[in-house]
Design a protein around this ligand. Structure first.
Ligand SMILES: NC(=O)c1ccc[n+]([C@@H]2O[C@H](COP(=O)([O-])OP(=O)(O)OC[C@H]3O[C@@H](n4cnc5c(N)ncnc54)[C@H](OP(=O)(O)O)[C@@H]3O)[C@@H](O)[C@H]2O)c1
Length: 323
């Protein structure tokens, strides 16, 4: 099969190359997917430059999510049949013609979606579900504060929170992205380059849950934004890992500060999440409430261009490779 391998250079053009590898084989409890589309995520960029190594046992090939048809079924797997259209969360191996995955980590592709749309879902839906819905415990009528609102994660979070019946305060750093976040369903959209985020968030009443992919630079902003009993969930530290947090204020707000990574969760835990997502979120996908925008697609052999686009940061929504 054709794959994209990491060559060792730091830049996309010298860091990624097309290669041939033997077809993988589905083991017990696994399926093999004939990959038609693979989502590109910021963690892929981090892995390419060596700062986000795959967990033990995971493929060294990039790619955390795919969509395609089941083309091989391992022993003991009863749910899927050959030809089924599925999308799946992977611990790696998505930038390839075929991907082997735990059969429990795959979800059916609703009829209304093509493979590009379906490949854009798993990584962001699992992340938002685990962090906003479970760790953050967002409830209908509550308010979610979301930074990086037009990121792959952000566009999914806006739509999932809206489908739940929660309000969304979105922040981003350009006027165009702030407008896009409103179009996607955010109730309030703030442009950090234009005005005072703290004041805008306060005017909107603060947040019950914060999905934080920024880290250090927004720590004080986030603490101020939290309502009493609020939940601040860190999923990324793009502005730095080390933050000063006034713990007394955290206590007085009866607030929770937590965080997680999806990729390192156990196979059983991902299977549990998949089942919950199929129950809670998949009806929103089928009905069209959840349809994250696709910013761009690139053929597999142009994975370097896909990384360049994501790195440039001008995208709104998801970038997907077609295979
Ligand atoms: N913990 C987990 O399980 C998990 C899983 C998946 C992803 N993630 C993390 O989630 C984040 C989003 O991933 P993605 O694939 O959706 O990435 P993406 O589409 O590239 O989006 C990154 C976003 O981060 C914002 N951003 C970056 N630096 C910032 C800063 N200093 N201040 C404010 N905003 C900043 C950008 O905002 P602007 O648009 O305003 O430039 C952009 O919207 C990444 O940090 C990724 O590592 C975590």
């Amino acid at each position: 099969m054709r794959v994209i391998e990491i060559e060792g250079g730091a830049g996309p053009a010298d860091g990624l190359r097309l290669a041939e590898r033997p077809d993988p084989v589905a083991g017990p409890g696994e399926i093999r997917i004939r990959v038609r589309a693979a989502g590109v995520n910021r963690p892929d960029l981090l892995q390419r430059i060596g700062s986000y190594p795959p967990p033990p046992g995971a493929s060294d090939i990039l790619g955390l999510e795919v969509a395609g048809e089941v083309d091989q079924i391992g022993d003991g797997t009863t749910r899927w049949k050959l030809g089924d259209r599925v999308c799946a969360l992977l611990a790696g191996g998505g930038y390839a013609g075929q991907a082997v995955v735990d059969a429990r980590h795959a979800l059916p592709v609703p009829d209304a979606l093509d493979f590009v749309q379906a490949a854009a879902l798993p990584e962001t839906v699992f992340t938002v579900f685990a962090n906003v819905f479970e760790a953050g415990g967002l409830q209908p009528g509550e308010t979610l504060l979301l930074h990086g609102a037009t990121s792959g994660i952000g566009v999914t979070a806006i739509q999932m929170a809206g489908a739940l019946g929660a309000l969304v305060i979105a922040t981003s750093r350009t006027a165009a992205k702030a407008a896009a976040a409103l179009d996607l369903g955010a109730d309030v959209s703030l442009n950090a380059a234009k005005g005072d985020l703290a004041q805008g968030i306060a005017s909107a009443g603060g947040a019950d849950v914060i999905l934080d992919m920024v880290g250090a630079a927004y720590a004080e902003l986030n603490l101020n934004a939290l309502r009493a009993g609020g939940r601040w969930v860190v999923i990324g530290t793009q502005s730095g890992n080390l933050a000063q947090v006034d713990l007394l204020r955290l206590m007085l707000k009866q607030a929770v500060l937590t965080g997680s990574t999806l990729r390192r969760r156990s196979a059983d835990e991902k299977a549990r999440l998949a089942a919950e997502i199929e129950r809670v979120v998949w009806p929103w996908v089928a009905s069209g409430k959840l349809r994250p925008p696709i910013d761009a697609t690139f053929p597999l052999e142009q994975a370097a261009l896909a990384h360049l686009r994501l790195e440039a940061g001008d995208h709104v929504g998801k970038i997907v490779l077609t295979i």
